[in-house]
Structures are given as structure tokens and as C-alpha cells.
Design a protein around this ligand. Structure first.
Ligand code: C5P
Length: 407
């Protein structure tokens, strides 16, 4: 589920030239179902008009502490109480300093003092201002008080220079907000490992064997886990999917590399969800030079890759540390989907198998999953977005983890 739905976001906009990008941020948040109340500093109103935000959010915009609006249902105390997250984007060096000092000299700083909501700061300024010890100390102070501070981007700045100080991409700010909202989620404090993508097995320096996996299911799983409070690690074979904000990404290429990464990452994990399409075979010998064409036909010799889930099952049987690891596998099949899924559940000692038919399971944004459990009848789901399938997977994992604590 989209965890922004119905959430109350207070968005403080300050006077950086990047203020215009905050209009896009307000739009993205509103489209995701959040209620967005915008507070603008005086400087911000010089860059963008309050009307731009009002049209996007369908809410009045506050620009002053003492205004007729401040005495209504969107006065600073009410806003502070209602806020689920207080975001300042873009945050200038000036507002960062005032927040660190606890000043209350405008509506943004006054609301910041009055709210118990988690705070997210997205700085945007010229590089020297960002790197100045004063700004860095103020950011450290705010972090120490529990604020989440995003790293600004590097590139072209309004001054014409290149450097650090660009407002993070509004899409990344939305993800950072989702992560903050997840702090109270049912995977809070849990460490989960997800695999994604199709491995590539080299034939020579130019060619490789692979499959059609897009990595989408794994990346949706990682985002959904983050949004429920988990610390998520994604071990991914080459995939065009961007790294979700707040998720740690481990890039691998081959099945053997994925095996090593999974074994290293599960040691302190609570759950492993294997959504990757790992090659079952790899070329017996990868040529160091490009293979040249000669004969009319050629035969490739392939060697079995290890089955990662079976290796995990074997490790679990040996190690007390891995006893409570919840393990989920995927089954993508062109035929006998459910029978094959049941077999995998037993052979790989899984808590859950997500069975889905090829080709949707690979390339599409949606999937028609059937959940195969150890101790319950199987459950078919209608075709739904992979983000929703991901949430249903975490429902099962969270319930398993709760049950293992009670045991
Ligand atoms: O046996 P099959 O490849 O159909 O099983 C699919 C499940 O097993 C998926 O969860 C996949 O990530 C995992 N797998 C694995 N190691 C392999 C092949 C698949 O862990 N070598």
C-alpha cells in the first residue's frame, strides 16, 4: 500500500532558486494521496508565488505567522499537531541555522519547534555555503536531534558553477518521506535481504547467457520493506531499476557472485526474499578472448550453478543464528505452476513461495501471484501491481516474525 495516502505533510519552502522544484514535490505528494500544507518563507515567495502551491495542493498556503489564516484550522499549532512529517525543501543555509538554534522567527521555524513530527531536511544552496563548517555543524545538530537530512545532489548550480548543493530530486524526496513514515511500520528494526534481476553468465568478454527478468519485483519489494520500517538490502543482478532511496544496493553479475553476497548478507538478517532469476547453468569455461565464428554449428558446455535457496537451507540446518530467518522464494513457470511451486517450497525449505506465470512475472509492472504456504491452503490473487504483491509478501513475513518472537 502507498503509505502516503491520507498522511498530513507540512512542506516548508525557503528562498532557494530550487523553490520551483518544490511545486513538483507538492504535486507528487498530493497525487499520492497526501494532504499537503505549504508554508513559505518570505524569500520563497520572491521565487515562486503562493498561488502555484495553492493550485497544486488545493489548500491555502501560509506565508506569515500573524495572518488571518494563522488563527484558523491551519494555524501553526494545529499544523504542528496534525503533521505526520515536517519537510523543509529546499532548505537554505539560513533556515538550517535558524532551525539548529531553535529560533521561532517565522512560520516555518515556529512550526518546527511546535511539532513532534519527524523532520526531513532537503538542503539546496551554493557549494561553499553547504560545505561551510557552520552549515555542517548545524546539520549535525539537527541530525543529533533526530532530523533526517538528505545529501544534496552534485552538478550544475544556479551560480553557474559545478558542485554539491543541488536540491535532491523531488522523486527521491518523496521516497525519503515514505521512509520516515515507515518508522512505525511492522518491519521496524528488521533487516531484510532481497534479490533481484537476471544473472549474466559470461561466455567470453562480449557475450553472456541471461533471461528476461527486469528486476521490478525485487525493487518493489525493497521499497515496500523500507516503507514498513525495515532496513532493506537489495542484491541485484544487472537491472535498469534505479536504487530506491534508503535501500542499500549490492551489485552482482553472476549466480556465483549472488550466492556469495546472499550468504554474507543473511548472517544478521530477519528475512530473505529471493526474487532474482538466477541462471541454473553457466558456461563451463568462459573464454578470455572473443570466440570467433568458424564451423557451421557450435556446442556450448554448461555447468550447474549452485541453487542459492538450497545452500541457504543447508546453512540454516547448521547454524543456530539462521534458525529464525524467514525465507521466501519465487516460482516463475510456463506450465504446472502450482505443482512446481509446491515442490520448491519443500525442496528449498521455504516459508512461502510466490508462484506467478511467465511472461508477466518478468517484464511487466503487474503480476498474477498465487501464494503457496507451508501450513495453509494456497491463495490466488488477481492481477495486481508488483508493489501490492510486495506488500502481501511482507504481510506474511511480518506475521512469521511476530510468531517466532512469541514462540
Ligand atoms: O528452481 P527454480 O529456479 O525454479 O526456483 C526459483 C526460486 O529459486 C527463486 O526464488 C530463485 O530466486 C531461486 N533460485 C536460487 N538459485 C538458483 C536458481 C533459483 O536461489 N540457482
Amino acid at each position: 500500500m502507498n503509505n502516503l495516502q491520507g498522511k498530513h505533510i507540512v512542506l516548508g519552502v525557503t528562498g532557494s532558486i530550487a523553490a520551483y522544484k518544490a511545486v513538483d514535490l507538492a504535486s507528487k505528494l498530493t497525487q499520492a494521496g497526501a494532504v499537503v500544507d505549504v508554508i513559505m518563507s518570505h524569500g520563497a515567495t520572491e521565487m515562486v508565488t503562493p498561488l502555484s502551491f495553492q493550485v497544486i495542493t488545493h489548500r491555502p498556503v501560509i506565508t506569515q505567522v500573524f495572518s488571518p489564516l494563522a488563527e484558523t484550522e491551519i494555524g501553526h499549532v494545529t499544523l504542528a499537531k496534525q503533521a505526520d512529517v515536517f519537510v523543509i525543501a529546499p532548505a537554505t543555509a539560513h533556515v538550517i541555522a535558524r532551525l539548529a538554534l531553535g529560533l521561532a522567527d517565522d512560520m516555518i521555524t515556529t512550526t518546527a519547534l511546535a511539532t513532534p513530527a519527524p523532520m526531513l531536511i532537503a538542503p539546496a544552496m551554493e557549494s561553499h555555503m553547504f560545505e561551510h563548517p557552520a552549515t555542517q555543524q548545524h546539520l549535525a545538530t539537527l541530525r543529533a536531534r533526530g532530523a533526517a537530512v538528505m545529501q544534496p545532489g552534485t552538478g550544475h548550480l544556479a551560480s553557474g558553477a559545478q558542485g554539491v548543493g543541488r536540491l535532491p530530486d523531488p522523486a527521491a524526496i518523496v521516497e525519503a518521506i515514505r521512509q520516515l513514515l515507515g518508522r512505525g511500520g511492522d518491519l521496524h528494526g528488521r533487516r531484510v535481504v532481497i534479490t533481484a534481476g537476471g544473472t549474466q553468465e559470461a561466455l567470453d568478454p562480449v557475450r553472456y547467457l541471461t533471461n528476461h527478468s527486469s528486476g521490478k519485483m525485487g525493487f518493489r519489494l525493497a521499497e515496500a520493506a523500507r516503507d514498513r520500517g525495515a532496513e532493506a538490502v537489495i542484491i541485484t543482478a544487472p537491472s535498469a531499476q534505479p536504487t530506491p532511496y534508503g535501500v542499500r544496493r549490492v551489485d552482482v553479475v553472476t549466480g556465483l557472485q549472488m550466492l556469495d553476497a546472499v550468504m554474507a548478507e543473511i548472517i544478521e538478517a530477519d528475512a530473505l526474499v529471493m526474487a532474482a532469476a538466477v541462471a541454473d547453468y553457466r558456461p563451463a569455461q568462459a573464454s578470455t578472448q572473443k570466440i570467433k565464428k568458424s564451423a557451421e554449428a557450435m556446442t556450448l558446455e554448461l555447468t550447474r550453478n549452485p541453487d542459492i535457496l538450497k545452500e541457504v537451507a543447508a546453512a540454516r540446518a547448521q547454524s543456530a543464528l539462521l534458525q529464525n530467518l524467514v525465507v521466501v522464494g519465487f516460482a516463475a513457470e510456463t506450465e504446472n505452476l502450482l505443482e512446481n511451486g509446491q515442490k520448491k517450497l519443500i525442496e528449498k525449505n521455504l516459508d512461502l513461495v510466490v508462484a506467478n506465470p511467465v511472461p508477466e512475472s518478468f517484464a511487466g509492472d503487474e503480476s498474477q501471484a498465487t501464494f503457496i504456504y507451508r501450513d495453509q491452503p494456497l491463495k490466488p490473487f488477481a492481477l495486481q501491481p508488483k508493489s501490492q504483491v510486495a506488500d502481501r509478501v511482507w504481510d506474511v513475513v511480518a506475521a512469521r516474525l511476530r510468531a517466532s518472537i512469541q514462540r
